[in-house]
Design a protein around this ligand. Sequence first.
Ligand SMILES: [Zn+2]
Length: 1001
Amino acid sequence: MKHSIKREQSHARMSFVECENQRSLAEGESNVRATLKHMKLSFHLILTLAVMLTMAQTAWAADNETKTFTLSSVTGSSNPLSYDGKVFLSAQVGTVGKGSFISMSTPSSGKVGTIRLYPRISGKVKSLSFSSAQVMMIDSNGGGYVKIGKSSTNNWTNSISQEQTSWGSLSFTNASGIQLENEKDYLEIELYNPVRNCNFNMQGTLTITYEPTPSNLTHEHDFTYEVTNSGNTLTATCGEGDELTCTLTNRQISTTIKADNAVANGLSYVALLPDFGLFQTETGATKGDFTYKNKGTNENLGTTGPTQTGYYTASIVITAGGTNHTLSKDFHLGTFCSINPNYPQFTTDKDGNYAMDGETVTLTFTSKFGETLTGVTATGATSGSDITLTAAGANTYTFTMPAEGVNIGATFSAPDASNFEQNGDTYTIKTANGWGWFCFATNYDLAPDGFSGKVVKLAGNVSSSEMAGKSGHPFKGTFDGQNYTLTFNRTAAENFCAPFHYINGATISNLHVQGTITGGTYESLGGLVGHSEGNITINNCRVSTEISTTVSGSALHGGVIGDWNGTNAICTVTGCVYDGLIYNPDVAGVTTSCHGFIGWDYGNNMTIKFTDCLSAPAAYGTDKYALGGNCFTFVYPNSDPTYNMTNCYYTSILGNRQGRPAATATVAPGNLGNATTDHGMVDSYENGFLYDGNYYTPKYGDAVVEYRFNDGNERADVTINGTGENLVGVNITEEVGNIKSVTYNRPFNTAQAATVILPFNYICNGNEGGKFYGFKEVVYNEGLHKWVCTMQEPGEEGSNNVTTLTANTPYLFMPDNATTSEPKMTFPNISSMTGGVVTLQTTTANDGLYGGDTTDDNWKFHGTYKGKSWAVASNDYGFAAQSGTEAGGAATVEAGQFVRFTTNAFIKPMRCYLTYVGTEAPAPARGLTRSAAATDDLPQSITVRLVSRSGETTAIGEIDTKTGELSFDSEAWYTLDGVRLSGKPSRKGIYINNGKKVAIK
Ligand SMILES: [Zn+2]
């Protein structure tokens, strides 16, 4: 049912439309009021002036409005008359009618007539002006009138009491105003003639001037109801028949069935009318229950919702406006299955690639890398049935969704050879499209087994955000960047984000990578490789990638490799440079556990080998904040793998230091050693390498040849170089600080003493492979006609054989006779020392003097960490390392001779030598001749006597001046004070033979 109450236009609008000749006046007045209201807010003083000015000009009360009626528009011919569809003039007593003009009159026998005028105004009526009116009251006695007002309040305008038989204007005014309470209120026109009837005729216009006042009516909807939206929605539209503005948006309110397609899940499906509550509040409507019907079988399910798949209709009856309105909506209970496009080139028109059975799915192919589609299929994921695809334009297909998932299959042709080319087992990437296709072919198994056994070459600089390899589909081949640059910019949407997303058993060589990975909160990102497994090799690669990360806590990013794991595998990184950056764009110190080369690594029997690598991370700049704790310069040292780091350097540390601090020079340093390998970018030398025009060499020395980190510990296992010949020294503390164990890789010979100096304090437990002796004195033995050097065990007498070695102090080391054929020096007691560590100590001089109980003023015992050479003749004595010629003479010095050093003489690092510092000037020339054994001259060979802590001689031997080795003649017998006997003694006593005390009884 539809009501037909036409909405009336607003009063203001009526004035403008219906009364053109009043328009300017009404507009002007309205503008005046608007201006005044505005000015009241702002400028009170100016307001006052404006009011005065305005009132003077218009002669209208400022708050008055006018409403004008064109009387020719009045409809009807007899009582009542209407205006714009509503009652306008209604005679209560007397008559009202319209012919060529409007007339109203008292009853024919005279007396009083009462006519109601409905101006549809809420306000105080100040005047009514008729442009053309007549008053006909023929009354010789007088007393008749026409007045307008309200009988209920006895408030009337001034009466017209004289006949006006000609048409003319006529006004009624009332200064205080006649109150109309609301738009339904009315004025009364009272006609009176004491003798006979009175007529009041009007035509032209009626203009009413009034002061608006608030209406005392409240709006009540007068709704019209309509079922729309294919029968699904009931809409109530308010006609505003009471003249008051409706509060509803667009004067409408609706209620709509919610019965969406859904997955049949065995539960009863329920349709809803979710917006009915508000609808009911406004309309007073009531509703019945939903009923359901199976559209396929026509079965009526009553008020029980369906549970099984099928097509249904839900219906409900709403009673509103006294009428029943039936709403209904179709819905489908079905299966909701996924469409698996399988390739990034395919998209569907379904949100999340899910569709209900029976729906039409549109599948679109979009080429990503210049490839073309050569075939496409759709297959039921469960049944394996072919699903008919219908071509729907270029690269577009449609199909009807079955009640199961759908797999899309496709075949492609590669981009043309200008982008990507195959030649046998070698593939060449030439463009970004070529790189993209390489990634796609790896990720979707278009290449045989991740390019395993194949070589992929880069033949130009490319920029791409595509990643090679994905979980389950790693790159397995050999990638040769041919020294081109891959620019990789990507906002991560996954862990392990990297140019090589997943690799397994792959080799990547000769590639420079740059760009930015915006990592967000994703973890284990890598500048070159994301996730890696198996034996992997990274050669001659430079990684400049910058990784931004907002991870709070452990991020496990790696500057080069995000993650590596496996079993019985080796990760080899050789000749590589990392100059990228890992930073937080928001705040410093909250992202932790990131590492310069490898972010995380674990497995079983794994080894990581870094050789000739440089970590030179970029500087943190604007909005690039530093990482927090637990970072390592190269790699996180897990308990497995084992780590080897050879000839690796850093220019600045990332967290914990690994590798060696680098000294850089553009001219080859003297200790660089011979060139070993050209890795491409990096030319490797014995001590350092050349990269980008700079030589990188150990900044603080090279006595440490290897650091091995394990167990997440900053403390490394360290190997000290005992065989190098060109070392420059050591400042080990600067490099690694505390260390867990020391391996000294210098070989010793059984029962052949050797000199050593060690960079750490150590408490012997007797299992070091031999005994240590400190320097005590060198004296000339008149009886022997020999110089005798006394070496004494360090430590306190009675200290239970515990001997404390002092860092940076020279010692004589006597390997045990009892050891095997490969005696060596070991330090097994570190683990039981305080903290289980020793601290490698700085010695800036790379030199040590015996600090023990020496009584010698003329001789000093030195140790040196660096290969020591003599540019001029000196008073230093040591073992000649190579043959040469004596200073100022022609005599030849043999290697190993304990001689006075002269020009070009040198000794190996971590050995010791004696210096004569006495004031008695020896004859320099004779120091090298070895010809005359002058008693007061410096020695040509020195007899060495070893004594216990108590001073008891335990062994006597001699230094071989040719080999530099100390030996004990098994045939020689000595007294305890060192006197050599002619043979085995016969007298009872204690003697020395073959380095041991022997009792003759
Ligand atoms: Zn309304």
